[in-house]
Design a protein around this ligand. Structure first.
Ligand code: C5P
Length: 293
């Protein structure tokens, strides 16, 4: 994430992520699943502004000009509010804040927008309220709020995440890889996709299973996402996206629990051309990004 202090206001840019690979290792007694996933930060940002607010209240508004304004709750269903209140209760901080969110990362997409917003709130308010917490103080709070938030706390370009997803080990992958993101019009809930994964199902013809590997600057990535088959059963739009990307002969996969998919491209120009073709076919919102924070 990036910090842009402006007078009394602190602006924070919260990046999105993609899952280059996601393997489910098994069901846990607590109802979650153990997994192993390689996450890569990408330069598409939600923008959070923290503005002083009298009293202890935490207020959130979403800018209506945001491209992904719809469906973002502004009450305590939003992880931003939960993160701010958790910080207040853990530290006894009696300060308030007015938070403005410009939502640029599509929701229900597997792009980590809500998780990145929560991490930006923990790290940003720690600075804004001068709480003096360290990153290792913030990690348990992140894990309490969700499974993907820890990845964003220390802003690595990439990491292998295990456990529920909250155990983060940074790995060295390059910034600047051109990537196309395609978000079908219908999104998916992470809980629904994990539940669908648990259901007995016919053997899947995982579109990408013969799997694709890409080497970029000497590093080889493997792709494969165990949540792809259940997500495709719940949302057939994903099939069209993956088939189209496969026909483009670029390494591609679904990210997280979907419904967004990505393709790793050789150049920004190639990424722009693929994004244009996906847009023309009305596959969904098509966005060109680069890896990095
Ligand atoms: O932790 P988070 O709130 O992001 O997870 C949303 C839902 O996804 C959980 O309620 C759970 O149903 C499912 N999940 C899971 N195993 C994981 C992560 C998430 O079953 N490792």
């Amino acid at each position: 994430m990036r910090f842009l202090p402006q007078g009394e206001t602190l602006r924070v840019l919260a990046p999105a992520k993609i899952n280059l690979a996601l393997e489910i290792l098994g069901r846990r007694p607590d109802g979650y699943h153990d997994l192993r996933t390689t996450m890569l930060s990408v330069r598409r940002y939600d923008e959070l502004s923290f503005i002083p607010n009298a009293g202890e209240e935490v207020l959130l508004r979403v800018l209506p000009s945001s491209p992904n304004f719809v469906d973002v709750p502004t009450d305590d269903r939003n992880l931003i509010i939960k993160a701010a209140r958790l910080l207040q209760s853990k530290t006894g901080c009696r300060k308030g804040v007015a938070i403005t969110l410009r939502k640029q990362i599509p929701s229900q997409a597997g792009l980590g927008g809500g998780s990145s917003d929560a991490a930006a709130t923990l790290v940003g308010l720690n600075r804004f309220w001068k709480l003096g917490l360290s990153s290792s103080d913030l990690h348990p709070l992140a894990a309490q709020l969700g499974s993907d938030i820890n990845f964003f706390i220390d802003s690595p370009v990439a990491a292998v995440c295990t456990g529920r997803g909250e155990q983060v080990e940074e790995v060295c992958l390059p910034s600047g890889i051109p990537i196309v993101l395609i978000k079908p019009s219908t999104g998916l809930s992470t809980g629904d996709v994990f539940r669908e994964w648990s259901r007995p199902s016919p053997p899947s013809d995982n579109i990408l299973k013969e799997n694709e590997k890409v080497t970029w600057k000497g590093i080889t990535f493997g792709f494969g996402n165990d949540l792809e088959a259940p997500a495709r059963r719940l949302n057939p739009q994903i099939d069209r996206v993956l088939k189209t990307l496969k026909a483009e002969s670029v390494p591609s996969a679904m990210t997280g629990s979907g419904s967004a998919c990505f393709a790793i491209c050789r150049s920004t120009r190639q990424a722009q051309a693929i994004a244009r073709r996906c847009q023309q076919r009305r596959l969904g919102q098509s966005i060109v990004v680069h890896s990095g924070v």
